[in-house]
Design a protein around this ligand. Structure first.
Ligand SMILES: [Zn+2]
Ligand SMILES: [Zn+2]
Length: 264
């Protein structure tokens, strides 16, 4: 708190959208009007080919069209907005690279607003009776130790924690980043992105995989994990989320979704 107060005295804060000065009471770096101006995506589409899919009205597990299913480990990828939106892009950038922690609230609110608008909250958390509660978990995309130390926080983890009460799912760090790869955003080529991230994630060690009848199940301290919602700030290509989903699927998780603020 004192740190924030001192920072305000030294650096008066301006809205990252309209550049108007913000009052000391405004906790984030964006004003209400600019936040409301960010255009949210509408309709849910297959993230592989971009085809609108109306099946989502009934079942969230049918988002990917048949011909694309073999090309992805994700059961669906949801993005609140577009990375091309200048204000949204600036907000994510400040959150991530300038370590503006207070942006986590408005950005998480944006995601929740989008999920509510598309009626996705209940569909994503829908549990099956034979599974215990908490069979759906939120898993942030991890940073390498080195990057987390230099940034001070993992932006995906902060977002996941903000989303957790709204989605009524616990946040569990299911994955660990084991190699220091170059930042995906700096690599333009899709194939190179895939190679850069390949092998980057492993399961967190305090989880174990147990055989349940003929099915493998990922077991955490919360019981069987059936559905995982991966949380990341942005998906410029789907390479990072795909790689994380691949590791989880191989461990026995049945459904893996991606949820990001913006998609490029
Ligand atoms: Zn503004
Ligand atoms: Zn498709």
């Amino acid at each position: 708190m004192i740190k924030n107060f001192l920072l305000d005295l030294i650096f008066p804060r301006f809205c990252l959208g309209c550049k108007k000065e913000l009052s000391l009471k405004q906790a984030s770096f964006i004003c209400e009007a600019c936040l409301n101006n960010i255009v949210l995506n509408s309709g849910v589409e297959c993230h592989v080919c971009g085809l609108r899919n109306k099946n989502v009205r009934n079942r969230v597990s049918n988002i990917i069209c048949c011909r694309c299913r073999k090309k992805t480990f994700l059961n669906g990828l949801f993005a609140a907005g577009k990375y091309q939106d200048p204000i949204l892009r600036e907000a994510i950038h400040q959150f991530k690279y300038q370590s503006v922690e207070s942006l986590k609230k408005p950005l998480a609110e944006l995601l929740i607003k989008y999920l509510k608008k598309e009626n996705l909250i209940e569909k994503l958390q829908m549990l099956e009776a034979r599974f215990p509660t908490f069979s759906t978990v939120l898993a942030p995309i991890p940073l390498s130790r080195r990057r987390k130390l230099s940034r001070g926080f993992n932006q995906s983890e902060l977002l996941a924690k903000e989303l957790s009460p709204a989605l009524s799912c616990p946040v569990i760090n299911l994955l660990k980043r084991q190699k220091f790869s170059a930042p995906q955003a700096k690599i333009k080529d899709w194939q190179q992105r895939k190679e850069n991230i390949s092998g980057a994630f492993t399961l967190n060690l305090n989880l174990k995989i147990i055989p349940v009848s003929d099915d493998r199940q990922l077991m955490g301290q919360f019981g069987n994990i059936k559905k995982v919602i991966l949380i990341d700030d942005v998906a410029t290509s789907d390479a990072t989320l795909e790689e994380a989903a691949r590791v989880l699927k191989q461990a026995g998780v049945k459904e893996v979704y991606g949820l990001v603020i913006a998609k490029g």
